[in-house]
Write a protein that binds this ligand. Structure first.
Ligand SMILES: Nc1nc2c(ncn2[C@@H]2O[C@H](COP(=O)(O)OP(=O)(O)OP(=O)(O)O)[C@@H](O)[C@H]2O)c(=O)[nH]1
Length: 230
């Protein structure tokens, strides 16, 4: 991704475990709920460009390979409630992600798997990404979706019927889109809004605000400092 956005820490700082929030209904009533969404898939499939298209409404020209993770946030008003999506754009290259993998999956609220419709290998990798997610004990009720990106290049390598079969076999919704094509902007938005609606109807599963920090929590900045990104 573009250098100026690289590894910027999210403004909502404290990552908290789900169970400690279960009885926090009084504070829930006046706080913005924050949902962590991770974007996973092979290198070069367009994870950075998709998240940038949603958060900044632009196509990011000349992205650099993501190292570790890049954070972006988007606040939404849904049915009279403000929620915040904290999007973790993860590195596709093994050497840039290996020390971060545990952190990607910790307390995640939704997972987006991305492949490139013009690159069959990126589609064939999906079962491995899904398996990695399962190995990290992401609960079954966490929403997962499949996104075929780069539709502006044609779907020759990965026809919709093939992608739909895979999506059905996992019971994941499938979206095909393009981060590059401005005409697809609303479609990209729809992917994230679909998730936002699902998450909103979920009981909190949220990240705490800094003022609520607990002994067991770890801020993303602290987390970052402890990590080697390559
Ligand atoms: N034609 C086309 N190119 C795209 C699209 N989305 C991204 N790209 C290009 O694909 C390349 C990789 O994009 P990134 O968004 O950096 O891919 P990534 O999956 O984040 O890659 P890693 O950070 O290495 O994991 C760049 O050259 C982008 O310009 C798209 O929708 N259509």
């Amino acid at each position: 991704m573009a250098a100026e956005h690289k590894n910027a820490a999210p403004e909502s700082a404290t990552v908290c475990d789900r169970d400690s929030l279960a009885n926090d209904s009084f504070q829930d009533s006046f706080q913005t709920r924050v949902f962590k969404i991770i974007v996973i898939g092979d290198s070069n499939v367009g994870k950075t460009c998709l998240t940038y298209r949603f958060c900044e409404a632009k196509f990011l020209k000349n992205p650099e390979a993501t190292i570790g993770v890049d954070f972006r946030e988007k606040s939404l008003e849904l049915g009279g409630e403000s929620i915040k999506l904290q999007i973790w754009d993860t590195a596709g290259q093994e050497r840039f992600r290996k020390s971060m993998v545990e952190h990607y999956y910790r307390s995640v609220h939704a997972v987006i798997f991305v492949y490139d419709v013009s690159n069959l290998a990126s589609f064939e990798s999906l079962p491995e990404w899904i398996e990695e997610c399962r190995r990290h004990s992401v609960p079954q009720n966490v929403p997962h979706i499949l996104v075929g990106n780069k539709c502006d290049l044609g779907r020759g390598e990965v026809p919709t019927s093939l992608a739909q079969r895979l999506a059905d076999s996992y019971n994941f919704p499938l979206f095909e889109t393009s981060a590059k094509d401005p005409a697809e902007k609303e479609h990209v938005d729809a992917i994230f809004l679909t998730l936002a609606h699902k998450l909103k109807n979920h009981k909190p599963l949220r990240l705490k605000q800094p003022s609520e920090s607990t002994a067991t929590s770890l801020t993303s900045k602290q987390e970052e400092k402890k990590l080697c990104f390559c």
